[in-house]
Design a protein around this ligand. Structure first.
Ligand SMILES: C[S@@+](CC[C@H](N)C(=O)[O-])C[C@H]1O[C@@H](n2cnc3c(N)ncnc32)[C@H](O)[C@@H]1O
Length: 258
């Protein structure tokens, strides 16, 4: 049971929320018995958020899950006080779902490559011949891919994505660029043999399997670049620290010959 929960951080985050609710309930009950102290609903929500975030950190969840846990209940309370029609919440939920389609199955949510990482990625690509082929596995709305495609007009860029809304945005944005194509394709079905540089910014969950795929399909001399997430047991050939708030780094491997 514990293993299942650890495999699915969303369940762990939910446990943190439930644990915080129980504790806050207990504190409020005791306070009501022993003192005249009556916190406002929003203060209670903020306390609950703080506690949920602390529990999330204690359970080993990453920083952005802690932020989600911190803000979830206060945001619900604020929104429930606002005169918003219920369809706004439904739309918000559907939008988040269509963007974060791969959170549950693949355990890869949507977050974006930062500008600093793009710059360092360019330093890697500068060493490629002019007509190199590049793929972003899980390209999101394709901001990174398109900025690289603009910078290297002679190279070919491909993005694959299966979150419906991210795909639609990426596809529309790439329409005017002749050297950039977006495919609605699961990255596990993508043949990596045609690419000189394979880039990914996913999560720890798929890295071991993705490395096995890269080793099997990528040609000798090509580059595999992972933003932040390591391949378990396979140290990178090169590592570039990005010194940003996420502690990101670019990990680079060059594929050996057979
Ligand atoms: C962290 S985001 C990175 C977005 C973009 N590459 C960037 O760096 O800005 C990871 C993306 O991978 C997508 N993804 C996850 N698993 C996938 C899969 N099996 N096939 C295609 N896309 C996937 C997610 O939907 C998400 O948009």
């Amino acid at each position: 049971m514990l293993r299942v929960v650890r495999q699915y951080p969303a369940l762990l985050a939910l446990s943190a929320q439930l644990g915080a609710m129980l504790l806050i309930g207990l504190v409020l009950y005791l306070a009501a018995q022993l003192s005249p102290w009556r916190p406002t609903l929003l203060a209670t929500g903020l306390l609950q958020g703080l506690l949920a975030a602390t529990l999330a950190r204690y359970l080993g969840l990453s920083r952005w899950w802690c932020w989600l846990n911190l803000l979830f209940v206060p945001a619900l309370l604020l929104a429930s006080g606002a005169p918003l029609p219920s369809w706004v919440f439904l739309c918000g939920f559907v939008l988040l779902l269509l963007l974060n389609w791969n959170s549950f199955g693949e355990r890869v949510p949507l977050y974006l490559t930062a500008a600093g990482a793009r710059q360092h990625l360019r330093a890697v690509l500068d060493q490629q011949p002019a007509q190199f082929r590049f793929i972003d596995l899980g390209c999101g709305p394709a901001g990174t891919l398109l900025s690289l495609a603009r910078h290297y007009p002679q190279a070919q860029f491909v993005g694959v994505e299966t979150a419906p809304l991210s795909f639609a945005i990426a596809w529309l944005r790439a329409l005017p660029r002749s050297n950039c194509r977006i495919r609605y394709e699961n990255l596990w079905r993508t043949d990596l043999a045609q690419f000189d540089v394979v880039y990914c910014f996913l999560s720890p969950a798929p890295m071991a399997r993705l490395w096995a795929k890269a080793r099997a399909q990528m040609p000798a001399g090509s580059h595999f670049v992972s933003n932040t997430f390591e391949v378990p047991g396979v140290p990178a050939d090169r590592q570039v620290e990005l010194h940003d708030w996420r502690n990101s780094r670019l990990l680079l491997w060059q594929m050996p010959g057979c």
